[in-house]
Design a protein. Structure first.
Length: 151
């Protein structure tokens, strides 16, 4: 990518609060909850638009330590403004129920590729999460053309 993903003067949001959940930047502090969330929902996540051909989560899984390293990579990307990954936390609690990835598009057709997933046992939150994130990106982010795979 030859240009900045977001302008230097853009204040990247540190939260999105909706009635059913809240988003906060993903980091190693979420390791146990994130690991539990996706390892119990691999088939569900891999069937979610945006993940069908992405190869994540790995069908064979990964260790807790490998997961922590992955979360650190996402936190580093966030700090360097190269991509923004948020954990999805249940409303009124601290349980990880999903994740949102906002990264530069891999094609020239879009400015950003956005993927999100929720745990299989919270599948009813998939549509509200996608709608909230789409509205948030349109209203508060300086991204023009967003690739957010339709349902």
């Amino acid at each position: 990518m030859n240009r900045a993903f977001v302008p230097d003067d853009f204040s990247v949001p540190l939260a999105l609060v909706a009635p059913e959940f809240r988003l906060e930047p993903l980091g190693p502090q979420h390791n146990a909850g994130d690991f539990a969330a996706w390892t119990n929902s691999i088939e569900h996540i891999r069937a979610t638009p945006g993940f069908r051909t992405w190869g994540w989560p790995p069908a064979a899984g990964m260790t807790l330590e490998e997961n922590r390293a992955d979360l650190q990579r996402h936190a580093d990307d966030f700090a360097r403004r190269k991509g923004f990954t948020y954990t999805v936390i249940e409303a009124g609690g601290d349980e990880v129920i999903g994740c949102v990835y906002i990264y530069p598009s891999r094609t020239d057709d879009h400015d950003a590729d956005v993927r999100c997933w929720v745990r299989a046992d919270r599948a009813e939150l998939d549509a509200p999460l996608r709608a909230s994130v789409a509205r948030w990106l349109t209203e508060q982010w300086p991204l023009g053309r967003i690739n957010h795979e339709p349902r």
